[in-house]
Design a protein. Structure first.
Length: 286
């Protein structure tokens, strides 16, 4: 009897852990069928320039309730994961990479996306972040910024994007995606880097991170997920297609100035014409 109870408890723990790693069409929190109120859309970035976008997240513009954009889960091509767990409460984290090119990048802040099912606007209360100089958790990879506890979120609000399925597009808004701006302040030289982050919120479900969404594409990136607080990582796969996903984020800051391309002034053109004339006369005399 005791063995049976232990096995049942372990099975329950396993189910709970699995349920918190992703929200899928199979374990989704159901809404009561009512259309929720929509919060005002916010724009972040602090006035800084957008220097990198790891999207897209939107694959259906203006088709949602109230004219909002939609990130549509494509069940018609077998996809099944609405969002990936990166909750502080369950020690889940997600990670994705980016490449710095053309000189040093000054990264001031980053926008991250998440939702909590059946919540209006943003219920996100914290985002912590680490930046790695290699694949998170790999030997030789080093954390060069951040930690797993400090809340770096400076603002959060409604992104104006709804996460829906291809059977609920235009009819439901119970997954209003929040955008949260995280303060960074770091200069990075050219190379490949990885972000790994985690969100907290007041809602009962999630926070869930919606994946990069591209019409007709089942593989959208090379993102990772950790279920042990960032010690080990596995490929982040859609539960329907078993294909690897990516996560959208937007960086703001300053890029290096473009290389200076010499241009000829009017005097330079006159000098070239004079040189051509002199050499032309010599060629004719010969």
């Amino acid at each position: 009897m005791k063995i049976k109870l232990i096995l049942m408890a372990l099975a329950g723990m396993s189910t709970a852990v699995f349920a918190n790693t992703a929200e899928t069409t199979g374990n989704a929190v159901n809404s009561n069928g009512d259309v929720l109120a929509s919060a005002p859309v916010v724009v972040f970035g602090g006035g800084a320039n957008e220097i990198y976008n790891n999207g897209p997240l939107v694959n259906s513009v203006g088709t949602g309730i109230g004219g909002e954009d939609e990130s549509v889960l494509q069940g018609n091509i077998g996809m099944n994961t609405l969002g990936s767990g990166h909750q502080v409460a369950f020690d889940n984290r997600i990670a994705d990479d980016f490449v710095v090119t053309g000189g040093d990048w000054e990264i001031e802040s980053i926008d991250f996306y998440a939702y909590q099912t059946n919540e209006v606007a943003s219920t996100i209360t914290a985002v912590n972040l680490r930046i790695w100089d290699g694949i998170p958790g790999d030997p030789g990879s080093t954390v060069i910024f951040g930690d797993t506890t400090t809340n770096l979120m400076s603002s959060t609000g409604n992104s104006g994007i709804l996460r829906v399925t291809d059977t609920t597009t235009g009819t439901t808004n119970n997954r209003q995606i929040a955008v949260s701006n995280v303060s960074v302040g770091i200069t990075l030289s050219p190379g490949t880097y990885w972000l790994d982050w985690q969100s907290d919120g007041t809602g009962a479900s999630g926070p869930w991170a919606p994946p990069i969404t591209i019409n007709g594409e089942t593989t959208t990136g090379n993102a990772l997920q950790s279920t042990d607080g960032g010690v080990t990582y596995l490929d982040q796969l859609d539960s329907g297609t078993s294909t690897q996903q990516g996560f959208p984020f937007v960086m703001y800051g300053t890029l290096p100035p473009p290389p200076i391309v010499p241009s000829l002034s009017i005097y330079g053109l006159l000098l070239l014409a004079l040189i051509a004339l002199v050499f032309g006369r010599r060629f004719i005399r010969q």
